[in-house]
Ligand binder design. Structure first.
Ligand SMILES: Nc1ncnc2c1ncn2[C@@H]1O[C@H](COP(=O)(O)OP(=O)(O)OP(=O)(O)O)[C@@H](O)[C@H]1O
Ligand SMILES: [Mg+2]
Length: 498
């Protein structure tokens, strides 16, 4: 066990870390913080949800000169939501040192952003498109930057972003320190990365598989036309606290959201065609539990850290194994348990095997559940609630009526009627989705990302503002286990179908 104390942090950063509920360093933090604090370039690869943000955030904050009111640190992240989240975490890490952090992303007011950048926040966390815009307009001063981070580095150095990244890096002083982090780092990208850095130290945590072993991984083999019914049945059986359903295209996400709402689920969609205001409000609602199913394109696949996500469903199989790793990594974070189910059409089985091979994981087959099982899942929720009521509520006022009913009918009939009334009868509203063609292995191996509709930061949208991550310390890295997990554990034990 490595405490943050033994990593040689300054008093103020140590205070922030402890206040954030971090008691011991995670392995990637333990291994990269000393190297990065030494000023060396680092490529850090560790599984999803293992604290890579603080692994680069802590050394970056330590290096900031708080008396110098100039932009000294730059973090680039692929999506607006991730940029906001990273900025929030850095703000917390730097709160006692008094470091100012500004998120800069597309879809928010340009004029205001320019004014804020003029004040030279010490750290800027930005999406590439908007950042390049500022570089070209000369509305950001990069001349004092000594530390640059590419979060989700393999994605940032992929086809869609690499030209922007090169242009940005070319505008930053050469004597900078560069830190690259991701849960995945394909060999070709690692080579590209190395060329952009100064003798980088690669820290890759040894593990058999790319994914966290706390995530149970399943697949269902199902025809395209049966996917939707299968999804709603699984949701009824699993009863997730919070679930994310990934669809391949924006249109798919819209259709899935409408379909789930029609069947009585509190579902909302998130993708790159929505205004920034809408994207943020959906995410906020999801974090608060006001939305139980978030339907998303790959725009939500990387980096987002939302506590309470117990299930991830790949309604459409991801384009490449890396995307699979990131998508399912939205659950099972910071030592918590998670569950992932991928829907595979018969013609996509080869693609599934490629994912298994690349990630070093065996994905277990799950039979397609029947509507009867789904209905039993819903009844189980009512039974659990009744049991809780029996154990903890004062029922005195109800006994007279209960005895009267029992005088007329046998007890099983009375309870069956109560169960029927309380069980949510899922209206099997017919839902027709536009059919998508299966993904072939060839398509995936080519890394064909042209038509995957990620649309990260290319859209001009309205709305601005930020959200506050409601951080709860949790999981194996500290002893303080959040309430949601306990509830979930209970639910799991009670729900023998899951
Ligand atoms: N040392 C620690 N002890 C306890 N919790 C931690 C520690 N470090 C980070 N965390 C928490 O773990 C969660 C996951 O961290 P983070 O988002 O940095 O993961 P990540 O490795 O970047 O994942 P991804 O690959 O999905 O981006 C966060 O809620 C974070 O606050
Ligand atoms: Mg991350």
């Amino acid at each position: 066990m490595t405490t943050f104390n033994s990593l040689g942090l300054s008093k103020s950063v140590l205070k922030s870390v402890l206040e954030m509920g971090f008691e011991e360093a995670t392995p990637i933090q333990e291994q990269t913080i000393p190297i990065a604090m030494d000023g060396r370039d680092v490529i850090g690869q560790a599984q999803t949800g293992t604290g890579k943000t603080a692994a680069f955030g802590i050394p970056m904050i330590e290096k900031i000169n708080q008396d110098l009111k100039k932009t000294q640190g730059l973090v680039i992240a692929p999506t607006r939501e991730l940029a906001m989240q990273v900025a929030t975490e850095l703000n917390k890490l730097g709160q006692y040192k008094g470091v100012r952090v500004l998120p800069v992303y597309g879809g928010s007011d340009m004029g205001r952003q320019i004014r804020e950048l003029k004040n030279q926040p010490q750290i800027v966390v930005a999406t590439p498109g908007r950042l390049l815009d500022h570089v070209r307009r000369k509305t950001i001063n990069l001349s004092n930057i000594h530390t640059t981070v590419l979060d989700e580095a393999d994605e940032m150095l992929n086809m869609g972003f690499i030209e922007d990244i090169k242009a940005i890096l070319n505008a930053i002083p050469l004597q900078r320190q560069t830190l690259l982090f991701s849960a995945t780092m394909p060999k070709e990208i690692h080579e590209i990365a190395t060329k952009m850095m100064k003798k980088p130290e690669t820290v890759k945590l040894k593990s058999k598989q790319m994914t966290v072993d706390k995530i149970d991984q399943f697949f269902v083999e199902v025809n395209e036309g049966k996917k939707f019914d299968t999804l709603t049945r699984l949701l009824d059986i699993h009863v997730p606290d919070l679930a994310i359903v990934f669809g391949r295209t924006k249109k798919r996400v819209d259709e899935l959201t409408d379909g789930l709402s029609a069947r009585g689920f509190r579902a909302e969609g998130i993708h790159g065609d929505l205004t920034q205001g809408k994207r943020m409000s959906v995410l906020k609602k999801f974090k608060r539990g006001g939305v139980e199913v978030l339907v998303a394109t790959d725009v939500a696949a990387r980096g987002l850290d939302i506590s309470g996500v117990t299930h991830v469903y790949n309604f459409d199989i991801p384009q490449d194994p890396e995307s699979y790793v990131h998508r399912i990594g939205r659950t099972g974070r910071a030592g918590n348990e998670g569950h992932a189910v991928s829907f595979i059409t018969p013609r996509e089985m080869a693609h599934l095997h490629l994912i298994e091979k690349t990630t070093g994981t065996k994905i277990q087959r799950l039979p397609i559940p029947s509507s009867d099982e789904a209905h039993k899942g819903q009844q189980k929720i009512v039974v659990d609630k009744m049991m809780q009521s029996i154990e903890s509520e004062d029922l005195d006022a109800y006994y007279a009526q209960a005895n009267e009913l029992l005088a007329q009918h046998d007890s099983a009939t009375v309870i069956a009627a109560a169960l029927k009334m309380l069980t949510k009868e899922r209206k099997d509203v017919p839902v027709n989705l536009t059919s998508l063609s299966p993904i072939s292995v060839k398509q995936a191996q080519k890394g064909n990302k042209k038509n995957d509709n990620r649309n990260y930061d290319r859209k001009k949208g309205g709305g601005k503002g930020g959200y506050n991550r409601n951080h709860k310390p949790k999981g194996q890295y500290n002893k303080n286990n959040g309430g949601r997990n306990r509830n979930y554990q209970q639910k799991r034990n009670q729900n023998s179908n899951s």
